[in-house]
Design a protein around this ligand. Structure first.
Ligand SMILES: Nc1ncnc2c1ncn2[C@@H]1O[C@H](COP(=O)(O)OP(=O)(O)OP(=O)(O)O)[C@@H](O)[C@H]1O
Ligand SMILES: [Mg+2]
Length: 671
């Protein structure tokens, strides 16, 4: 039987049960349509946001995700439709990119930079001046301040800043002295410190390294309010969201469940449609065969007519083709450089009183794909900028080898793009004299189609800016590429194409990235930057992680050995103890033992927590890699990773229960 079109289940629509409808809607979006001049971004979009929903919003670069936030916030007018916002709700917003200037220190900005707090404190001050501290309003003001958590603000902020990777000394630095990435982190910390009913977060992980990302993941999992989180990181979305909004081909669909659920439902629908298509085609063949066979027989005329009618009514089932937002590309042949590409000698660099590098020696050779890793603020971007020549060292030299041409992808992309130019002018400037048709076909590769090439840089979306810089690198490729977080802002197809292109690139690359998959695929050398020194690991990401684990294991072994020796010594001393003090001694012993056990428990818990953190990291890395493996259909690896992930889950549960037992024991002893 062929189902009429209307009965094809739409797995993507949300079933708003009665219970949900009676809940208060914080935001209601009605038939929203948005676009610019010749292009519609989305049409007739309707959905609501309820309290406590943790929503992931995802879709290709330039689809209109950031634009949707701007409309909700009243910064942009939609073409038609409207957004209703419940009265008196507090909405917090983290923009995708921001130029955030402030002479305050990070901590001051957080504790007194919020308008709600500022107004209340002003009012409190005024009431005190007017001797109205005994009025009802004064009491209300104090109550509201308490509700905003003013008395624990500093304590809370410290925790959040530490989680996001701020060091103690940075917390008291003026924001104007921080790099763009750290300013964004300050904005994020501020949003997380105050209570909001709804957070709108536009790609919050773009500026975070792995540890901070993992911390944010935990924070958002336990977040009290609702949020809408834009991200291209599926693993991150899977872990923190319980609703998903997909913006694709002008449609926005909200569904219950995380990204994984969406993919599952999409596959189900795909299978369903494929099956339906087969049924319809079979029916079509049968009907056609019948009409062909009997069309000349007068006694079958009515039956043939009937079948023809049925044929006309038969619907074609269209299966939406997978559309990539960016196709694969390759770099043109590049002129070969000399063997030594770059040499740094006696390099020193300080910021104010802080020494970042002293007397650094470093060499990069032809064809090397070097990834700089290291903790926050270690100076990775500083080193890359010095190599790129956009920042001068205080002392020492950087020399390029024979026939080296370099290109730089800056993290704060506006260093290398002029906001007033059009996209096409930007590419042309990178290679003057190139024919317009060549530029346009190259830009098409990066999804600048038709009139898109005439858009001004300043209106481009986050991902479109990244794509534009890549187009500039591609038009006249240099043989030495310096890339600071090149995958940031790119959607999944963008990252895929970029990874493939750099894998095949024959020149030399020195890059910084927090995208583990990208590092794994590209790097053949890892350079660890820490405390002004560098350490070179002549291998890829796996090699580096292995070496690090070995180092940790050696340290652990050393500690265990020391503990054993100490216990042995203690035992011998104990044996020698005089027996007449036995009773006193026994008491003392008991006390000592208790103390010793307490310190053991502390150490054990520390070790377990560290192990758990490492496993969490590994699980995150492997889950990410797994997503890509599914696409490449590498059965062996999928199985191997799957098993390892299962083991990690089990071990994490085990650790959790051991920690619980240890805590109980600790409490018992302390009593
Ligand atoms: N003022 C404007 N005039 C013309 N086009 C604009 C304007 N503002 C934005 N756009 C275009 O609208 C589209 C949507 O932009 P938006 O920033 O919402 O995308 P996005 O989904 O957030 O993408 P990304 O993932 O790259 O951040 C982009 O193609 C952008 O170039
Ligand atoms: Mg955006």
């Amino acid at each position: 039987m062929v189902l009429p079109r209307s009965t094809i289940p739409n797995h993507f629509s949300i079933n708003e049960t009665h219970h949900r409808i009676t809940q208060i809607k914080m935001i209601t979006i009605n038939n929203l349509t948005m676009g610019f001049t010749n292009r519609t971004l989305f049409k007739d979009v309707s959905f609501s946001i309820f309290p406590n929903e943790k929503i992931g919003l995802t879709g290709p670069n330039g689809a209109g995700k950031t634009t949707l936030f701007s409309i909700i916030l009243g910064e942009m007018e939609s073409v038609s439709g409207n957004v209703q916002i419940q009265k008196n709700i507090n909405i917090g917003f983290l923009p995708q990119e921001a130029h955030f200037d402030s002479a305050r220190t990070v901590m001051d900005e957080i504790t007194s930079g919020d308008d709600r707090i500022k107004n209340l404190l002003d009012e409190k001050h005024n009431l005190e001046e007017q001797n109205k501290a005994d009025t009802g309003r004064y009491g209300d003001v104090l109550h509201e301040l308490e509700q905003l958590g003013i008395y624990e603000l500093e304590h809370k902020a410290e925790k959040i800043l530490a989680g996001l990777g701020f060091k103690e000394e940075d917390i008291h630095r003026p924001i104007n002295n921080l790099s763009g990435g750290w300013r964004m982190r300050t904005l994020l910390a501020k949003l997380l410190t105050y209570p909001y009913d709804l957070l709108l977060l536009d790609e919050p992980t773009n500026y975070l390294d792995l540890n901070a990302t993992l911390w944010l993941k935990e924070f958002l999992k336990n977040y009290q309010g609702a949020f809408v989180l834009i991200s291209h990181d599926r693993v991150f979305l899977n872990d923190v969201t319980n609703y998903t909004i997909i913006l694709e081909r002008g449609k926005m669909t909200k569904l219950k469940g995380n990204y994984e659920t969406y993919e599952l439902q999409k596959n189900l629908q795909q299978t369903y449609l494929e099956r339906q298509q087969k049924v319809v085609e079979k029916k079509r063949e049968q009907l056609e065969r019948f009409t062909e066979r009997f069309h000349a027989q007068p006694n079958k005329a009515s039956a043939v007519r009937n079948k023809r009618k049925q044929l006309e009514k038969l619907e074609t089932i269209e299966i939406p083709a997978e559309q990539r937002s960016m196709d694969d590309f390759t770099f043109d042949q590049i002129p070969q450089s000399g063997y030594v590409v770059m040499r740094a000698d006696h390099l020193s660099k300080s910021y104010a009183e802080k020494k970042v590098y002293q007397d650094l020696e470093f060499e990069i050779i032809r064809g090397q794909k070097v990834c700089l890793v290291g903790p926050n603020g270690a100076g990775k971007s500083t080193l890359l900028k010095m190599i790129a020549g956009v920042l001068s060292p205080d002392a020492g030299t950087i020399k390029y080898g024979h026939n080296v041409s370099h290109g730089y992808f800056s993290q704060s992309r506006l260093d290398v793009l002029n906001p007033e130019r059009t996209a096409m002018e930007e590419v042309y400037a990178a290679s003057p004299g190139t024919q317009a048709t060549k530029i346009r076909s190259l830009m098409g590769l990066f999804s600048f189609r038709g009139d898109d090439v005439f858009k001004q840089v300043k209106v481009l979306s986050g991902g479109e800016k990244s794509r534009l810089i890549l187009a500039k690198l591609l038009i006249n490729p240099p043989n030495f590429m310096l890339l600071d977080e090149p995958t940031t802002h790119l959607d999944l197809d963008g990252v895929k194409s970029l990874t493939n292109a750099f894998k095949k690139f024959e020149g030399t690359i020195c890059f910084i990235s927090h995208d583990l998959f990208f590092i794994k695929e590209i790097a053949d050398t890892i350079v660890e930057v820490d405390a002004g020194k560098i350490k070179i690991y002549p291998g890829g990401l796996d090699y580096y992680l292995e070496k690090r684990q070995e180092k940790d294991a050696i340290l652990k072994d050393q500690r265990r050995q020391e503990r054993i020796e100490l216990e042995e010594k203690k035992r011998k001393e104990d044996a020698k103890e005089d027996s007449e003090n036995a009773r006193l001694k026994a008491l003392q012993d008991q006390h000592k033992k208790a103390l010793k056990r307490l310190s053991e428990i502390k150490q054990l818990m520390k070790d377990l927590e560290k192990e758990s953190q490492e496993l969490e990291t590994e699980s995150y890395v492997k889950s990410r890699a797994l997503q890509n493996l599914y696409e490449s259909k590498d059965g062996e690896k999928i199985k191997e990773f799957g098993q390892r992930l299962k083991y990690i889950q089990a071990r994490l549960r085990e650790i959790e229960s051991t920690i619980k037992q240890l805590k109980e024991e600790r409490d018992r002893i302390s009593k």
